[in-house]
Design a protein around this ligand. Structure first.
Ligand code: UD1
Length: 378
C-alpha cells in the first residue's frame, strides 16, 4: 500500500461544488501541516458555467479557481458526456494521477469515471450508493454506472452501503464516511446567517416558502409546469414565496408563456442564488418546496420542513430520520396545510452528518488497500 501522490478532484455542476470544497480544504490542510505529500489538482468540467451557477460557489466556499477548466458547457446528455470524456482523457494521460475523486451524480461524474476506468486510473466516488430505483432519472443511470466502475465507494449513509452490497459490490470497496455536504453547511452557516439576503429580499425568518424546481420531469413539459404554477399561486395565498429559478426552469417558463411574477403577486422570482444565500433561505423558510437532492439534506440538518416534489428520493434518510416528505401536485395543497398547521419539525441528524466527512474521505484515500485490508470507519 503506497500513499497517493497525485489526486485529481472533479467538479462539474452546481451541486458538486459544496461536496468538493471540504475535501480540497482538508487535503490542503494536511499538506500545509506536513502530514501528507499530495499534489492536488481541481478540475472543473464547465458543465455549469454561469457566474450564478458556478463562480459564486467558489467565492462562497473559499476555493481558489480550478487548476483546469474543460469548458464543456451545455448539450444533450450524449453530447455533454462525450465532450467531458474527450476533454478529460488528455488531462488524465498528461497528469497520470494516482486517484481521481468524483462526487455526486451529474453527467460530469459519469463521464470522468468512464475515462478513468478505460485509462486504468483509480476512482473514488463520493456520495456513492444512493438510489432512487427510478431509471427514468438521468442521475440514477449516472449513479449506477459510476458505482459499478469506481474502485472506492464513499457513502453518506448506511442505506447506501446496503444498496451497493445488494448490487454485488465487494464490502472492502465501500466506506461509510458520512455526508460531506454537511461539512460545507457547518463551515458556512455563520457566514450564511450574516449574508444580508433577508433585508435584500424583504423577507422575515419563518414567514416565507423557499422554492427551487429544476428536474426535467417537473419543468420540461408545459402541462406539468402550468400545474406547478397553479400550486405556487395557492401557496402564495398562504405565505410569500421566494422562487430561485434555475436556467432550465426559466427557459421552460418562457417557452410556456407562464408569468408568475406579476405586479401584486406574492411570488418573487429571483435568479439562482449563491451558497450562503441559499443556506439562509433553507434555514429560515417556513418550509421548502424543492426537487433538489442537496436541499432535502440541508433542510434535514437545519430541521426545516421540506416538501419534495418527486415520486421518489435517493435520499431516504431525509424522510425516515429528517424533515423531508415526498409530495405531488394532487396532494400539495393538503401537504402544505399540514406543514403550516404545526410548529413542530420532527427529525434528527443522521449518523456521520457531523462536519468530519472530508477527514474520513481523505483517510480512506490515503489508507486504501486494493486487497481489502485497508482501514475505514465501517
Ligand atoms: C444538472 C444535473 C442535475 C443537477 C443540476 C443542478 C445532470 C444530468 N444533471 O442538471 O443532476 O441537479 O445540474 O443544477 O448532470 N444552463 C445555464 N447556465 C449554466 C448551466 C446550465 O444557462 O451555467 C442551462 C442550459 O440551458 C442547459 C440547462 O441549463 O441546457 C440545463 O443544464 P444541464 O447541466 O444540462 O442540466 P441541469 O438541469 O442543470
Amino acid at each position: 500500500m503506497t500513499a497517493p501522490r497525485k489526486i485529481l478532484i472533479v467538479a462539474g455542476a452546481r451541486p458538486n461544488f459544496m461536496k468538493v470544497a471540504p475535501i480540497v480544504h482538508e487535503i490542503k490542510r494536511r499538506v500545509k501541516a506536513g502530514d501528507a505529500a499530495i499534489d492536488l489538482r481541481l478540475i472543473h468540467t464547465g458543465q455549469h458555467y454561469d457566474q450564478a451557477m458556478s463562480d459564486v460557489f467558489f467565492a462562497d466556499l473559499g476555493m481558489s479557481p480550478p487548476d483546469i477548466n474543460l469548458g464543456v458547457g451545455s448539450g444533450t446528455h450524449a453530447v455533454q458526456t462525450a465532450n467531458v470524456m474527450c476533454r478529460f482523457e488528455p488531462v488524465c494521460v498528461a497528469e497520470r494521477p494516482d486517484w481521481v475523486v468524483v462526487v455526486g451524480d451529474v453527467n460530469s461524474t459519469l463521464a470522468c469515471t468512464l475515462v478513468c476506468a478505460k485509462t486504468g486510473i483509480k476512482v473514488a466516488h463520493v456520495e456513492a450508493g444512493l438510489r432512487s430505483f427510478d431509471r427514468s432519472m438521468p442521475e440514477e443511470v449516472n449513479r449506477i454506472v459510476t458505482d459499478a466502475l469506481a474502485d472506492l465507494l464513499l457513502t453518506p449513509s448506511l442505506d447506501a452501503d446496503d444498496n451497493l452490497l445488494h448490487e454485488g459490490i465487494a464490502r472492502h470497496r465501500i466506506r461509510m464516511v458520512g455526508n460531506v455536504m454537511i461539512d460545507s453547511l457547518i463551515a458556512n452557516l455563520a457566514q450564511a446567517r450574516d449574508c444580508g439576503v433577508s433585508a435584500r429580499l424583504g423577507v422575515q425568518a419563518r414567514e416565507f416558502a423557499y422554492v427551487t424546481l429544476h428536474r426535467p420531469a417537473n419543468v420540461d413539459g408545459s402541462d406539468e409546469l402550468r400545474r406547478i404554477a397553479g400550486a405556487l399561486e395557492r401557496v402564495a395565498q398562504r405565505c410569500p414565496v421566494i422562487f430561485a429559478v434555475h436556467p432550465r426552469t426559466r427557459a421552460a417558463l418562457q417557452r410556456g408563456g407562464i408569468d408568475l411574477d406579476r405586479p401584486g403577486s406574492r411570488i418573487r422570482m429571483i435568479e439562482p442564488v449563491g451558497y450562503h444565500k441559499s443556506l439562509w433561505l433553507v434555514d429560515n423558510a417556513r418550509f421548502v418546496l424543492t426537487d433538489s437532492g442537496g436541499i432535502q439534506e440541508e433542510s434535514t440538518y437545519l430541521h426545516t420542513p421540506c416538501l419534495t416534489l418527486r415520486p421518489n428520493t435517493e435520499r431516504p434518510v431525509t424522510i425516515s430520520e429528517g424533515s423531508n416528505r415526498l409530495t405531488n401536485l394532487d396532494r400539495l395543497t393538503a401537504d402544505i396545510d399540514e406543514v403550516l398547521g404545526t410548529d413542530d419539525c420532527h427529525g434528527h441528524t443522521p449518523r456521520y452528518w457531523d462536519g468530519h466527512a472530508a477527514e474520513r474521505i481523505v483517510d480512506a484515500l490515503l489508507g486504501y488497500d486494493s486487497t481489502g485490508h485497508g482501514s475505514g470507519v465501517n
